[in-house]
Design a protein around this ligand. Structure first.
Ligand SMILES: *Cc1c(COP(=O)(O)O)cnc(C)c1O
Length: 350
């Protein structure tokens, strides 16, 4: 028998491309088109690199405290990680250990099934409706845990806090994780519910609305008990905590709330304007409450549009997957970037 029989084999997550050419209009990975808060650059300049010889604070206390102040949540109820992907992967390992399947939507963040496979967690996907909404009854069956993004990705569709609370209420015997990577772009967070339900974990990230994807900062908020278990697993499993610059710059990003709100509102305004213009070109899309659109054209197939856009230096995301193979996920860029996208499409669709 070959040693390969004993290898833990995984089919890895496939991220959107990161092209080297800076002329490319990059609307494929939901990054923020604007730079992080000015305080971040200032802090980077002032940083004492001599301190890098020391290990970072493994509790990232400074960052936890600034999040605590910003969200009015006790520091003991906050966990930080190297991007929310780290927080989520750690949560899968810590909280999803049942023989019963965990539940998530059939169309959702494509990391969930990868982690489930990696950790050998049984899972079952629940079909979204034709307009990409969740059916709450699907999540009211025996299960080993529940996870979904709100707004969902790549659909951009937002579910109400009331509906999510119903799902949590029916699932008090498992952990329910709400992945709020895009909630700042017009969604309503379920954060206030963490004091009511000790099995609710709310996960957010600095990668999208706070323009720090390159820094890798994510965090989770939940009951002290839940966060305690997460910390136990993290400190037993890995010592790659947030690095020192990430802690410092994360603090700066949280500090400048005016800049944060201005940036987010700018992206929302661009999103709504672009919706109107794409509609005129024959596109249809969900009512996205995120920093991307999930669009389909009435005559031209998405696969073709994806290809010609790419050939012309405009990168968007496309999945050749059942139910979504005629859709493009288009990140909201700057107004100038979106104008170039629209004028190209105008010309091409003529
Ligand atoms: C982008 C994204 C994340 C993770 O982002 P990080 O950069 O790892 O913080 C998590 N969930 C969803 C749904 C996302 O789209």
């Amino acid at each position: 028998m070959s040693w390969e029989a004993n290898v833990r084999k995984v089919e890895p997550y496939v991220a959107g491309e990161q092209p080297k050419d800076h002329n490319i209009i990059k609307l494929n990975t939901n990054e923020c088109p604007y730079p992080p808060a000015p305080g971040v650059a200032k802090r980077a300049e002032e940083m004492n690199c001599g301190d890098l010889r020391l290990y970072p604070d493994m509790n990232a206390e400074k960052l936890v405290n600034s999040l605590s102040e910003y969200y009015h949540v006790d520091p003991a109820k906050i966990f930080v990680g190297v991007g929310s992907d780290d927080v989520l992967a750690m949560s899968f390992m810590t909280f999803f250990n049942s023989d019963k399947p965990i539940l998530f939507p059939d169309i959702t963040y494509s990391f969930y099934d990868v982690w489930a496979e990696l950790y050998r967690i049984p899972y079952k996907t629940c079909a979204l409706t034709d307009d990409f909404h969740m059916k709450k009854e699907d999540y009211m069956v025996p299960n080993g845990g529940v996870i979904f993004p709100n707004p969902n990705a790549p659909t951009g569709v937002l579910e109400s806090v009331d509906m999510i609370e119903e799902i949590i209420r029916e699932n008090r015997d498992v952990v329910v994780i709400i992945d709020e990577a895009y909630v700042d772009f017009g969604g309503e967070s379920v954060l206030p519910l963490i004091d009511k339900y000790d099995n609710l974990l709310v996960v957010q990230t600095f990668s999208k609305s706070r323009a720090l994807a390159g820094m890798r900062i994510g965090f989770a908020m939940g009951s002290e008990k839940l966060i305690g278990y997460l910390k136990d697993a993290k400190f037993s499993f890995n010592s790659y905590t947030l690095n020192m610059p990430a802690i410092e710059m994360g603090v700066e990003a949280v500090k400048d709330d005016a800049y944060f709100k201005k940036t987010v509102n700018r992206i929302i305004a661009t999103r709504e304007r672009v919706k109107g213009e794409l509609k005129e070109l024959g596109f249809d899309f969900t009512d996205s409450k995120s920093n991307f659109l999930f669009a389909t054209h009435k005559t031209v197939p998405a696969g073709e549009l994806f290809r010609v856009l790419k050939e012309n230096g405009i990168y968007v995301r496309y999945w050749n997957k059942k139910r979504i193979d005629n859709r493009l996920r288009i990140t909201i860029g700057t107004d100038e970037q979106m104008d170039r996208l629209i004028s190209f499409l105008k010309e091409y669709l003529k």
